[in-house]
Design a protein. Structure first.
Length: 357
């Protein structure tokens, strides 16, 4: 474990000051671009008339029992049984079949970011699609976020971030001080600040209120390896219950307490430095998904899990905790789940896994 302070000698403070971009001195051509939907073509709207229905296999555990959700319905994909499942593609109105991200908003709508087709919103009956012809700055959407005020943020590949308040798209990019044009993670902390992880520039912090202030002196405060971050490719961001921020990077994990970065690497117990996902469970443990397995950090030490513990693959892509406290891990080869209530101590944990084969 290595600790680096974000407060640095005079030369480093000068660099940080330069990163805090002075919008007040920018010409109009470099101010954030705002596009009002009323002045653009209407978003593409597709009513779902004929759903594609496909019989897919039901998930079963090692004993052959079907795994059911909270409504008593079987999960799809895996060995045994058949279940009726509704599928949607571009033929039904989805912007593009190549999906890069998804989320559910507070109203229950589903949002899908695509690799080249823009963003699709699904309300349960129809798709509404937004592309660069409606105000998006880029159609390759990597990450999605709904903020505390119900506004949406779209991180894309090559032109930064697009902010949507329901009427207007606002594009903010490296011209306004964003650390890098490729945005790989988005997170809003309890104070309301938006953290924007990038591929190669570290992470940028933004106060959304500054977007509305024409006299704002800067939009972003940027943090990179120069300020103590473990790596400049920030893949995942989390705020824990104590208010500390955690950043998963390609070079390790960073914990930021508002002043100081504390970094964790393979030599500190991580199975791999490349950390794609972070989750805090209901017990306060932190789970890190890496390219070489899974790691659980209890605040003092790491407990690692891999294929030998039943994990279906060591390449962990996503992590979720359900209402029962069961942890689910999406990997490159399928899905594994772990029920903490059935394993004591933690080191004896075993996983149940599902694949399509």
């Amino acid at each position: 474990m290595q600790t680096k302070t974000a407060r640095a000698p005079t030369m480093l403070l000068l660099k940080i000051a330069l990163l805090q971009f002075k919008l007040i001195y920018l010409p109009d051509s470099l101010q954030p671009q705002r596009i009002v939907l009323d002045s653009m073509p209407p978003p593409a709207y597709h009513l779902i008339e004929n759903e594609l229905r496909t019989d897919l296999a039901v998930l079963r555990n090692n004993e052959g029992q079907a795994r059911l959700d909270s409504s008593g319905n079987p999960f799809i994909t895996g060995h045994g049984g058949l279940s009726d499942f509704s599928s949607f593609t571009s033929e039904n109105g989805l912007a593009l079949d190549a999906l890069g991200s998804s989320m559910m908003d507070r109203a229950g709508n589903l949002w899908f970011g695509t690799f080249g087709g823009g963003v699709s919103r699904y309300n349960g009956k129809s798709f509404t699609n937004f592309t660069n012809s409606h105000g998006l700055s880029n159609n390759a959407i990597l990450v999605l976020l709904e903020d505390h005020s119900g506004n949406f943020w779209f991180g894309n590949y090559g032109t930064g971030v697009c902010y949507y308040d329901g009427k207007t798209f606002t594009t903010i990019s490296t011209e306004q001080g964003l650390a890098h044009s490729i945005v790989t993670s988005l997170f809003q902390d309890k104070s309301g600040s938006i953290w924007i992880g990038t591929e190669g520039g570290g992470v940028s912090r933004l106060n959304p209120k500054d977007l509305l202030k024409k006299t704002a002196k800067h939009l972003f405060t940027n943090f990179s390896t120069e300020q103590g971050l473990a790596g400049d490719f920030v893949i995942s961001i989390l705020e824990d219950k104590t208010g500390k921020l955690w950043f998963g990077t390609d070079e390790g994990v960073s914990c930021y307490d508002g002043k100081t970065f504390t970094n964790f690497y393979e030599e500190d117990g991580l199975p791999d430095n490349y950390t794609s996902q972070i989750l805090e469970d209901r017990s306060g443990n932190l789970w890190f998904g890496t390219n070489n397995g899974l790691s659980c950090y209890n605040g003092e030490s790491f407990t690692n899990f891999s294929l030998e513990h039943g994990l279906i693959s060591n390449a962990v892509i996503c992590i979720a905790e359900d209402k029962q406290g069961v942890l689910w891990f999406g990997t490159s080869e399928g899905v594994s789940y772990y029920d903490p209530s059935l394993s004591n101590p933690l080191g004896s944990a075993r996983f149940t896994s599902f694949t399509t084969e």
